[in-house]
Design a protein around this ligand. Sequence first.
Ligand code: C2E
Ligand code: MG
Ligand code: MG
Length: 698
Amino acid sequence: MEYAGLVENSNDLIQVVDFDGYLLYVNRTWSDTLGYSRDELSGKKFFDLLYDRSNCTCQERIELLRQGKPVPRFEITYKNRQGEKIIAEGNVSLYCENGEPKGVQGIFRDITDKKKTELELSNTEARFQTIFESSVAGIAMLAPDGQFLQANPALCNFLGYTLDELRQLKITDVTHPEDVEETIRRRNIALAEKSSSLVCEKRYLRKDGSTFWAQLSSAWYFDNDGNPLYTVPVIQDITLRKLAEMEIRKLAHYDGLTGIPNRSLFTERLNHELEQAQANSRPFALIFLDLDRFKGVNDILGHAEGYKMLCQAADRLKKCLRANDTVSRLGGDEFVILLSGFKEEKNLTKVCNKILEDLSRPYFLGMRSISCTTSVGVSVFPNDGNNATDLLRHADMAMYAAKDAGGNCFRFYSQEMTARAVSRMELEEDLRQALVKDEFVMEYQPQIDLVNKKVAGIEALLRWNRPLSGMVPPEQFIPLAEETNLILGIGEWVMKTVFRQCAAWEQLGHLQLRVGINISGRQFVQSDFIDRVEQLLEETGANPQLLEFEITESVVMNDVDMVINTLRRLRELGISIAIDDFGTGYSSLSYLKLLPLSCLKIDKSFISEVNNNLEDRAIVEATIAMSKRLGLKVIAEGVETQEQCLFIRSQNCDEAQGYFFSRAVSAEEIEKKWLTITDMENSCQELLDRMAALNGAS
Ligand code: C2E
Ligand code: MG
Ligand code: MG
């Protein structure tokens, strides 16, 4: 045969069988594919080589061909020598020799591999379909312009749309308006860079208008020429996680009490503002503020009321400011405001005045209303500092300057404030050294009995002989000593020195005089205060009957029960108690009768104007009358003139202390001048002169 070679070498399986199915011919591909040699096949029926004979329809096909009918293309499954399935596809026709039909010839193509792949593909697709349909994550398929092509039930559920509705929409239609711009930007980047994937967090919009947070992982598919085909976004609802994150952020960044930003968020915003301001050379301001005497509210009304007041203050501050300003609570009653970009200093002044005004309106705390003023300090970038630390420190300093000026006012930072702060620091440092270097001395000021016309007592007053500065009056260092707790050591030194002095005078046989000692509140509330007093009495041999401790009203207001207890124990030791600077505190008079007191000292501020100011006069009269009724001795402090002295004597004030009689002088001078007076005959000339003048005038 001319073309026999073609048949033999064809890649298809070619076979010829007679009408009974006996194999007459197979080509090489056939025998290679099924693993049988041609010799082995002689006398074999073709049906025996099929995988499943029972279902074989070959005989029917042969019959059709014999009847001259066509047989369509079909699939046939062989079993090879190893028993494996070989699937082939092809067609058959009549085989004739010399025009005579002798059998059937078939030509088949091995499609085993193709079938396998097809099967695998359809399995995979079925699996993917299941995942797509049942996934809890929302999955979609989008056209490059964002049009929905496909969406799984989870996504339809998230968004509240049916699949048909979604197919009418683009991704931007279901994106939160604030995230649309970013979504488009990301898509443009993905298209430009031909990036295949992207992960981000964004907000989606449901059909009902509500919002949810989702984590988005998006995959992009491109054809071989780099044209975008479609994108597959996978969306997971992370709203709960986001809410938890926001809650944590809130806790970390907001003040639990007032709900306004705390120090941490404030610092973040301040640093951001600094960057912006530096880049654009625009000014901004820090406003530091602190409620005046807030501690008093807390102490007297309790913390719960104090907290209410702070919340109201925070609310008022928020209302004073624009939305892009930040008000924050740094702790306690301290607030700080970041005032972003302002045009003129005039505006800054306006804001400060508004703050002072709004914060000084009464606060309503349950049944009561309380008034409280505020001190405000301002620092401005870049003049007062170019970093957060300096700006905050300077605003704080300015706030203290406002406090020093009496509160209820604002101060802009100035360089003198730093100078003052430095000198205060030096003062503190020197004060720390003063005890060790033995720089303190005591002076004594006589108190004159206006009835018996003689010295009834002396008050011990502390002096600091500061190197290079000279004598520093106590008003300049006692408050600092109290703030720094140095007063404890200093107070102890005062007691020891005065106790010793008392004992020495007594031993010398001088007239027995009462000696007043000022006791600081800090000292008084120490738990071992009484123990120390007892110990010092023993050590020095001072006579407690001659000692009078002076405490101020504010000490008494701290904790009345504790104070009464301490005062009782002092009385048991024999020490008497005077209330100093009476009239300047905020105390109620009711406690007076509860306390074991022996004396009231009317503050010198009332005495100085007692002859001119009707109110001061009324206060002095009333205080003296009340003291008498309570059986307390009363001393007028700061008596400088004869008129003042005459007035208080006319009101039956017991004693007077002041420059009219004597300034505070050294122990030696006291001894020389005042302690030797035994009676009117040998009393000091100075006192005699004064008294004579008084008597003459009255
Ligand atoms: P204080 O206890 O009210 O003392 C009376 C103050 O008035 C003394 O001021 C005294 O020198 C002053 N003074 C007396 N007579 C007159 C007068 O006629 N006119 C005027 N203008 N002033 C007069 P000083 O010594 O400067 O003490 C001031 C305050 O410092 C005292 O007020 C007291 O609170 C405190 N202090 C003084 N020594 C001590 C101390 O040893 N310990 C403590 N904790 N505080 C002390
Ligand atoms: Mg005093
Ligand atoms: Mg006083």
